[in-house]
Design a protein around this ligand. Structure first.
Ligand code: ATR
Length: 296
């Protein structure tokens, strides 16, 4: 019998999750239907209730419902409890079981796909909102040399660091961007939403140690604003969050079906498609010529 899964979000139309999970299902021979469902901003619980009534066996949850979903769960994995947010729901064992695969997805992308082990690295995590909180525990479990949190509102980074410090077997500090002056890191991860507003982050010179990796949890068709900034500031390697997206999905698939799908072929395919879309957009712009406003 076909199993039913879905991703809930608002907006959701451009989500790659249906595409990713259908590819995993095909690869592993699992018979499933996976849909994108738009929930009203104030109607996630009702939309999930409807899905459960339809026999939905599992769901992914994306912005802005991860915290609401957390509150609806009957049981939580330890990592979801720490994150205070869930992105993966199991619905087929009576009750709602919440998990959070974002941190595992990020770490797997960095360590396995990018071949950049976290152990012993100096890590800087930019941001102190839900995205940063969701990956913090997994980063700490990678046993870096130290982890520094920097945020526009320093108090939020300080509070987050203080909350996780008792569980951290390594120095974990939080503060503002000014405190970064004179420091350098092996891995700098952007978990802020600054680029959505087109704003650059106030990163001091010398932030990237030789050979450093800059990682943006966001992704796009072209280079993200943070990665452009990081490259100009001397980051040796840059990676966007497409790999994290695919890996968090693989981890969710493993939870639901007990099989970890291979991710490399799909990741390469998605990346090639995004590049092709970008090229097509640039060619269309070229054909259209300068916009009236840009003419002298
Ligand atoms: P998310 O769940 O995506 O993390 P969030 O909880 O709203 O969303 O957090 C957004 C993060 O991006 C915060 O760390 C925010 O900094 P503040 O705590 O100071 O608000 C950060 N952020 C958003 N816009 C930013 C900007 N222009 N410059 C620097 N940081 C920014």
């Amino acid at each position: 019998m076909t199993s039913l899964y879905a991703v809930f979000g608002n907006p959701i139309a451009h989500s790659l999750s249906p595409r990713i999970h259908r590819a995993f299902a095909e690869q592993t021979g699992v018979d499933l239907r996976y849909e994108a469902r738009l929930a009203p901003l104030d109607g996630f619980a009702a939309a999930l209730g409807q899905f459960i009534a339809e026999g939905g066996q599992g769901a992914n949850v994306t912005l802005p419902f991860k915290e609401t979903a957390f509150r609806l769960c009957d049981t939580l994995s330890p990592r979801a409890r720490r994150a205070k947010a869930v992105n993966t729901l199991g619905l087929d064992r009576g009750g709602i079981a919440g998990d959070n695969t974002d941190g595992a997805g990020l770490v797997r992308d960095i360590e396995a796909n990018l071949a950049y082990p976290l152990a012993g690295r100096r890590i800087l995590l930019l941001g102190a909102g839900g995205a940063a909180r969701g990956v913090l525990l997994s980063l700490l479990e990678g046993r870096p040399a130290c982890l520094h949190l920097a945020n526009r509102s320093p108090a939020k980074a300080e509070a987050l660091a203080a909350e996780f410090a008792p569980a951290a077997p390594l120095p974990l500090l939080g503060g503002g961007f000014e405190a970064l002056a004179g420091q350098s890191f092996d891995l700098v991860i952007n978990a802020t939403s600054a680029s959505l507003g087109g704003e650059a982050l106030p990163l001091p010179a010398g932030l990237f140690a030789p050979g450093a990796l800059a990682y943006d949890m966001m992704y796009g068709k072209g280079e993200t604003p943070f990665l452009a900034q990081a490259r100009q500031a001397g980051a040796a390697r840059c990676a966007d969050g497409l790999g994290m997206l695919v890996e968090q999905a693989a981890e969710a698939f493993l939870i639901w079906r007990g099989i970890r799908p291979a991710t490399a072929p799909l990741l390469a395919e998605l990346r090639a498609e995004l590049r092709a879309e970008l090229r097509a957009e640039l060619r269309a712009e070229l054909r259209a010529g300068p916009s009236p406003a840009a003419q002298p």
